[in-house]
Design a protein around this ligand. Sequence first.
Ligand code: BMA
Length: 336
Amino acid sequence: MRKQDDARELLQRYAGNPILSPKDFPVQVNSVFNPGATVIDGRTLLLLRVEHRTGLSSLVVATSEDGLTGWEIDPIRGLEPQPNGFEEHWGIEDPRITRVGDDYFVVYVGYSTAGPLVCLAKTRDFLRWERSGVLQPPEDKDASLFPTTFAGRWALIHRPAPAMSGLGAHVWISFSPDLRHWGDARVLLAARHGGWWDSNKVGLGPPPLLTEDGWLVCYHAVRVTASGSIYRLGLALLDRDDPERVVARGNEWIFGPQAPYELSGDVPGVVFPCGWILRDDGDTLHVYYGAADSVVCVAHTSLARLLGHLREDRYARDEEHPYPVDTGRERPIGTA
Ligand code: BMA
C-alpha cells in the first residue's frame, strides 16, 4: 500500500475489503463493481454491476444483515439487459437507487448502440421490474433521482458528455413533471480548470442525501495524468428546497485510490461509489464503491464529520456567505 489510512482521513476503509469479488460468484464473471445500495426488509441490498466474460454487464442483487459481512448473492433477483431494442444492447451499468415510499427507482446506464444513456426502472422487490425507458439520450450517465419532488417536479442529476466541444463533462440537473419529459437543464457542478483534482470530468456518485444542511452530494472526478486517469471523490451541498442552488463545494478531494485493490485491477486508480446508506444511528454512513472496476468495497464515515469538513473546506472568497462557492471558472456555464 502506498499510504496507510490514518485518523485524519474522512472515510475509513473497511478492514474486510473487498466485500465482494468475482470469486464469490457461482459462475465465472470478469468483475463486480459500482453497486447501488439500499435497505429492504431490514437487510442491506447492493445492486451490483457484474461484468460477464462477454464484456457486457447486468445488475445482480446481493444482501447482508449488517451491510459489511455475510453477503448472499441472489441468483433470481436483479435486472438483465433487454435483448431487444437499442437502449441496452451492450449491457446495463452503474445503478443508483432512490426509495420513494414502497418503490425503488433505479436509474442506470444503458449501453446503447448510440452510446451510454440514462434509463429508469421501478421495482418494489428487485424481482419484478417496470421499465420507463430512456430519460436522457447519449452520451449521458452518472444519474440519480431525488427522493422528493420540488414544486411538483422530479429532479434528476446526470452527466452529459459533449462529444464535440471538448469543454469537459459536468454534473447537470434537469426537471420533469412526470418522469418522462425533461427540461430546464443546467450545469450544477462544473469540472474545474488546470491543476485542480476535479479538472477533467465530474459525475454524481451515490444519490443525493438529505441532511440538516441541505442535500449532500458526493461526486467523482477524473484527473488525467501521464500514466492514466485517477478517480477521486469530493463533496457538495445543494439547497434543500431549490436543488439547483449549490450552497457549498469542497476544495479538496475526500477519498482517492490508495489501497492495493484500488490500485490494481481492470482499471487501476478508480474508486467509484454508486450507493451509500445512513445507518440507524443517523450518523454512520457506509459508502459502497467499485475499486479498480474489479471488486466491491465499503468505507465508513460520520455524517456530522463530513458536514463539518464541508463547512471548513470551502472556497473562502466571500466570508459573509456561510458556504461560498467557486466553480473554478470565470463565468458559470450556461449563463450569458
Ligand atoms: C466511468 C464509468 C464507470 C467506470 C469508470 C472507470 O466512465 O464507466 O463505470 O467505473 O469510468 O473506468
